[in-house]
Design a protein around this ligand. Structure first.
Ligand SMILES: Nc1nc2c(ncn2[C@@H]2O[C@H](COP(=O)(O)OP(=O)(O)OP(=O)(O)O)[C@@H](O)[C@H]2O)c(=O)[nH]1
Ligand SMILES: [Mg+2]
Length: 271
């Protein structure tokens, strides 16, 4: 079995820093992890890049040659990657086999994870190729400072979850910048009643029914759980990595882990 984390989330949410953090942590504990850059617009990295989409195509070249803006250019790059999945990425990934563990550092355009086909195609390809994948959805902790903002971020995470149909871990990044550490902990299992109350306080009365419906939706999907990550705190990194390892059944004690994953979330379950 081969293992991978697909690190996604809005622009600037801390995806590349997350990859750097996990890579450094794993190096320190002698655990082998490789990072794949899937962002054709990336400029520099603070971690060694094992496979780089910029060897296939770069945003700069596309913008120059096709006279496209940054967003159109990025979408062109990703469609180009989609068309060359087997030929290019497949060949690059040949170097990895049993028990290898990859982190895919992805671009920050959220439409890639909600309604465009490239990541769906990519994920289906990886699954067929024998990879166990977990989506890591990075959301800036600052999103928790206002409930409407948090809900918007959560709905984006939900659309990625529905589109990609994979084990999914939401991460509140940049916890070191957050003054209210205790408050952040409260987002691990937010109380739907409290979310609705906060939303109602910050929106006009004519939003009540919508607020109700949105919170109900999030509650039904049982996925409004967020794990804070403080990159300066080894314990925080360790705990998050363990949660992800359990979600993709990485490790020796497979039986116990399957049991715990089943308890967490079953996308094909009845509820
Ligand atoms: N203090 C602090 N800053 C962070 C953390 N994570 C990211 N940042 C900062 O936030 C900015 C964006 O971080 P990146 O890791 O590049 O975010 P990204 O999601 O990869 O961004 P794009 O690839 O452009 O979408 C940078 O200035 C980082 O230094 C964190 O955990 N703590
Ligand atoms: Mg990045």
């Amino acid at each position: 079995m081969k293992f991978a984390q697909l690190v996604v989330g809005p622009a600037g949410s801390g995806k590349s820093t997350y990859c750097e953090t996990i890579k450094n942590h794993c190096d320190a504990i002698n655990r082998s992890v490789h990072v794949v850059n899937l962002d054709p617009a990336a400029e520099e990295f603070k971690y060694p890049v094992s496979v780089d989409v910029r060897d296939l195509i770069t945003l700069d070249d596309v913008m120059q040659e096709l006279q496209l803006g940054p967003n159109g250019g990025l979408l062109y790059c990703m469609e180009y990657l989609e068309d060359n999945l087997e030929e290019w990425l497949g060949a690059e990934l040949q170097a990895y086999g049993d028990d290898d563990y990859l982190l895919f550092d992805c671009p920050g355009q959220i439409e890639l994870y909600s309604h465009l086909s490239v990541f769906k195609t990519f994920v289906d390809y990886l699954k067929r190729d024998g990879w166990q994948i977990c989506v890591i959805y990075c959301l800036d902790s600052q999103f928790t400072s206002e409930m409407p903002k948090f809900i918007a971020g959560t709905l984006q995470a939900l659309s990625a979850m529905v589109q990609l149909e994979l084990p999914h871990v939401n991460v509140l990044t940049k916890a070191d910048l957050c003054k209210d550490k205790q408050g952040l902990e409260g987002f691990r299992f937010p109380d739907p009643m409290e979310m609705r109350h906060e939303l109602d306080k910050q929106t006009g009365p004519h939003f009540r029914r919508l607020n109700d419906a949105v919170v109900q939706l999030l509650d039904d999907f049982a996925m409004v759980t967020f794990t804070p990550l403080d990159v300066n705190d080894e314990e925080s990194i360790e705990e998050l990595l363990l949660q992800i390892d359990m979600a993709i059944q990485y490790g020796e004690d497979q039986e116990v882990k399957t049991q715990e994953l089943g308890d967490m979330y079953d996308p094909e379950g009845d509820e």
